[in-house]
Write a protein that binds this ligand. Structure first.
Ligand code: NDP
Length: 311
C-alpha cells in the first residue's frame, strides 16, 4: 500500500495552499483534486478580490497557478476523488475512485462546499453568463444594472444588501410569504430603497440571447390568483444555501447539523488527531477564497507540527 505523511483532499484555495505549505515543509503531500478540480472559483469568471492581482484574474487561471505553485514544492497532485476514509487506526486509510488505497499519517480535508441551485436547465445554460451563486465574487459586474437574488434567508439578504450597493435595482425572489432571515436582516432589506421583495414567487426559467436578460416567474403557483410573468434582469444570483462536501466523513468527523466540519477554536483541528479541515467544508460563514487559503496554510502548519510532535 502506498504511504504518505500527508494527504490533502480537495483542490480549491484551501487544498492548494495546504499543498504549498506542506510541500515546503517537505511533507511530500499527495493531493486529490476531487470532482471539480480547482473548486468553486473555476465556476466564476474574473476573481477581483484575491490579493495580489491588481487587474483581477480568471478563476481558472488562478487555480492553475496555485496548482503549479503546489507542484513546484513537490506536491503530488492527482486527478480523481477520495471515496472512502477510514480513521479507525493509524495510519489512516483512504480509497480513491480507482480503488487505490493510501495510508497517511495526517489528513487535510479541503473538500469545499457546493452552492445549491434550483435545478433549472437554464441555470446551467447561463452559468457564468448572468447566473452566479456568489454576489461578493460577481456583484461588481452588475454595477448600475438590475439583478435578482433567489432566497429568503440571511445569505440572500446579505447578498441582496451587497448587490444593492452596486446595482441599480435588486429583486429578491422569495418562495414563501415571508423572509426566513433574522430580524435585523429583514429590516435592512425592507428599508433599502432599491431592494424589492417578490414574495410567494418562484422561478420557472431564464431567457436572453447573449447572457441573462430576464426571468420567467410565477406568483402564487397553484392558487386562484396564480400569475406568470417575465422580469427583466441582467443577473440571477442563487442564495438558497450551500452544501458542504463532507458526505464521506459522516460518522467519523464531528460536523454540525448541516454537515460543516467542526474545528477546534481558531485552529483547523478536528475531533481526530492528525486530521484537519480547511476552507468551505468547515466554514459556513465566510466562504471566500482568501479565507480558505489562509485556513489551508494553518492546516498544513498544524499537520507539520503534529508529525514533529509524534516524531
Ligand atoms: P437558509 O437555509 O437559512 O435559507 C435558505 C433560503 O433559500 C430560504 O429562504 C429558503 O426558502 C430558500 N430556498 C431554499 N431552497 C429553495 C428553492 N428550491 N427555491 C426557492 N427558495 C429556496 O440558508 P442561508 O444560506 O441563508 O443561511 C444558512 C445559515 O447561515 C442560517 O443559519 C443563517 O442564519 C446563517 N447565516 C448567518 C449570517 C450572519 O449571521 N451574518 C449570514 C449568512 C448566513 P424557505 O424559507 O421557503 O425554506
Amino acid at each position: 500500500m502506498e504511504a504518505t505523511k500527508t494527504i490533502i483532499i480537495g483542490s480549491g484555495p484551501a487544498g492548494y495552499t495546504a499543498a504549498i505549505y506542506a510541500g515546503r515543509a517537505d511533507l511530500k503531500p499527495i493531493l486529490y483534486s476531487g470532482m471539480q478540480p480547482g473548486g468553486q472559483l473555476t465556476t466564476t469568471t474574473d476573481v477581483e478580490n484575491f490579493p495580489g492581482y491588481p487587474q483581477g484574474v480568471d478563476g481558472n487561471q488562478m487555480m492553475m497557478d496555485l496548482r503549479d505553485q503546489a507542484s513546484r514544492f513537490g506536491a503530488d497532485i492527482r486527478d480523481g476523488a477520495i471515496v472512502k476514509a477510514d480513521f479507525s487506526s493509524q495510519p489512516y486509510q483512504f480509497t480513491d475512485d480507482r480503488g487505490n488505497v493510501i495510508a497517511a499519517d495526517t489528513c487535510i480535508i479541503a473538500t469545499g462546499a457546493s452552492a445549491k441551485y434550483l435545478g433549472l436547465p437554464d441555470e446551467e445554460k447561463y452559468r457564468g453568463q448572468g447566473v452566479s451563486a456568489c454576489a461578493t465574487c460577481d456583484g461588481f459586474f452588475y454595477r448600475k444594472r438590475t439583478v435578482a437574488v433567489v432566497g429568503g434567508g440571511d445569505t440572500a439578504c446579505e447578498e441582496a444588501m451587497y448587490l444593492a450597493s452596486l446595482a441599480k435595482k435588486v429583486y429578491m425572489i422569495v418562495r414563501k410569504p415571508y423572509l426566513r432571515a433574522t430580524e435585523i436582516m429583514k429590516e435592512r432589506v425592507s428599508n433599502k430603497e432599491n431592494i424589492e421583495i417578490l414574495y410567494e414567487t418562484n422561478t420557472l426559467g431564464l431567457f436572453g440571447d447573449d447572457g441573462v436578460q430576464g426571468a420567467h416567474l410565477v406568483y402564487r403557483k397553484g392558487e386562484a390568483d396564480e400569475k406568470e410573468y417575465d422580469l427583466p434582469i441582467d443577473g440571477f444570483f442563487l442564495a438558497i444555501g450551500h452544501n458542504p462536501n463532507t458526505e464521506i466523513f459522516k460518522g467519523a468527523i464531528d460536523m454540525d447539523e448541516k454537515g460543516f466540519i467542526i474545528t477546534q477554536g481558531n485552529s483547523p483541528k478536528t475531533n481526530i488527531e492528525g486530521v484537519f479541515a480547511a476552507g468551505d467544508c468547515a466554514d459556513p460563514i465566510y466562504r471566500q477564497g482568501i479565507v480558505a487559503a489562509g485556513a489551508g496554510a494553518k492546516a498544513a502548519i498544524e499537520a507539520d507540527r503534529y508529525l514533529q510532535t509524534k516524531g
